[in-house]
Design a protein around this ligand. Structure first.
Ligand SMILES: [Fe+2]
Ligand SMILES: [Fe+2]
Length: 270
């Protein structure tokens, strides 16, 4: 099995945490923070892989202009995010090395034509996952204690805003030309995509408070607050945004809630 080894990241990012923030962490908090940032490192690596696949799919769908170059830049940004998360692992005293799990291929959607296939992935990646990432990272940035960590999260956040905006703009541009039948099929797809989004996010946001204020200051978030923020982002940003582009997102979200095994978590997060 191969591994992701980003040792030396703290030097590359020139990241130092002040000794006081580190001294406030007990051993349990420190280990918890290392696990959190090592998990983020892996997630960023996965995002880079997803955008690589998206670049190929945009090409196949004949999407022109500078969009393919923009997605290629996003791949590099996700790599840099992985490296920045690795830097935090290092300054916390951990090793930024993680075994790579076997990752499922990025869906090719062979049942759809190239435009519909890429639209499904752009919606799933930018309008869903990256939009949730913007909300969660912004909250983490505001809870971060050390100024160096605030700056690092602000840098990542600025890129994630661009990754989300990319999909929303593309959808907005293409929306007027989408046939009613295609909108309906995208609505069917949204039931699956929203279910997968909730399953994925909730598995990464444990339903527990942050172990301590010191841990929260270095990125171990309050899971209850993060879950509330996740559902608020779906309700207040994602569903209305997709509806505005003529997609039946509200009914898709209701259908996902009716079938998703995570639906009980929503009541608990309110
Ligand atoms: Fe990222
Ligand atoms: Fe991203």
């Amino acid at each position: 099995m191969s591994s992701l080894d980003l040792r030396g990241a703290a030097d590359r990012a020139d990241l130092r945490l002040d000794a006081r923030a580190l001294a406030e962490l007990d051993e349990v908090d420190r280990r918890s923070a290392i696990l959190t940032w090592r998990g983020r490192m892996l997630n960023e690596h996965v995002s880079a892989r997803v955008f690589s696949a998206l670049a190929r799919q945009l090409e196949r769908a004949g999407i022109r202009g500078d969009r393919r170059a923009r997605v290629a830049a996003m791949v590099a940004e996700e790599w840099r995010h992985a490296d920045r998360c690795a830097a935090v692992v290092e300054v916390l005293g951990g090793e930024p090395v993680i075994e790579l799990p076997s990752l499922p291929p990025v869906p090719e959607h062979e049942d759809a034509d190239p435009l519909e296939a890429v639209l499904r992935n752009v919606i799933s990646v930018s309008c869903l996952s990256e939009t949730v990432a913007v909300a969660l990272i912004d909250a983490e940035r505001r809870s971060a204690g050390p100024p160096a960590l605030q700056r690092l999260l602000a840098e990542i956040l600025a890129d994630e805003v661009g990754h989300a905006r990319f999909g929303w703009r593309l959808l907005e541009e293409l929306a007027p030309s989408l046939s009613p039948a295609l909108r309906e099929r995208l609505g069917d797809y949204l039931v699956i995509a929203l279910d997968e989004l909730a399953t994925h996010e909730l598995s990464h946001l444990p339903a527990r408070a942050s172990p301590s204020t010191a841990a929260e200051a270095v990125g171990v978030c309050d899971g209850h607050a993060a879950r509330r923020l996740f559902f608020a982002t779906v309700h207040e940003v994602i569903v209305p945004g997709l509806q505005a582009s003529g997609l039946p997102a509200l009914s898709a979200w209701r259908a996902a809630q009716a079938t998703g095994t995570w639906a009980g978590a929503m009541a608990g997060a309110r």
